[in-house]
Write a new protein. Sequence first.
Length: 302
Amino acid sequence: MTAHHIDGKALSQHVQDEIGKATALLKEAYGKTPTLTVVLVGEDPASQVYVRSKIKATEACGLHSLEHRLPASASEEMVKGLVRDLSQSDDVDGILVQLPLPDHISSHAVINAIAPEKDVDGLTEISAGRLALGKPGLHPCTPTGCVMLAKQALGELTGKHVVIIGRSILVGRPAAQLFLAENCTVTIAHSKTDDLPAVCRQADILVPAVGRPQFVQGDWIKPGATVIDVGINRIDAPEKGAGKTRLVGDVDFDSAQAVAGHITPVPGGVGPMTIACLMRNTLLAACARRGWQIPDPQNEPA
Ligand code: GUN
């Protein structure tokens, strides 16, 4: 068996196309465009790449993009002050503080300075609490993308056993809540789980989110299972030439695709969906805060 590859790039593009259409309709109806503000502190090279692709996608969807860059030496008070100002600004619909922050800054304190209605990353305590209680709100982007990819592969998810590897605030925990909301049975495995391969073999849907390159092996996967690989790890690639690198997931792709039914590639799987869901949250945040309805294009005069 060779697993069907779930095309995250194509699904992301589809979602972003729909957001672009909705943004144009909102501009016509209300004369305004939702604005996403990204805050980047320091010079972390991976964060700079992520922020660049988020800004590019924002502009491609026709949304407004604002960027605030602060030096790595910025104090926690400075970053919190900026986030509070953005939270109060009527011109800003979504605020994203790129993580990780420099070690001397509490990401918890900074994230919780974001007004919950502008929390497009879904990481404030209010957003996490709403998700845990099954209340409407803004949900974290990467886990939302994982659910969309699983639905793309399988359709209805009710009754599926999902095993998530990793209990992070950014991915593992919210992913568990979102799959639970789809009527899945959810197991959160982690670094202290006994006999992790055996737990993984129970999964209809396996979601590794541990940040360990090629960690999950093909013989950890139930034949025919769906694998949603959250990992994005850069490793040396001497086969491409001296000093070259390549991106791999948390899954050993070659052994996994021989067993799985569906699998997301890295790159081109979960990564693009994170960005699509960020665009979606920006649109949702703007509509909720401003009381906008997305006009139905079918009801527009020809
Ligand atoms: N750093 C890595 N992934 C993310 C993410 O989804 N949101 C934020 N804010 N920072 C990140």
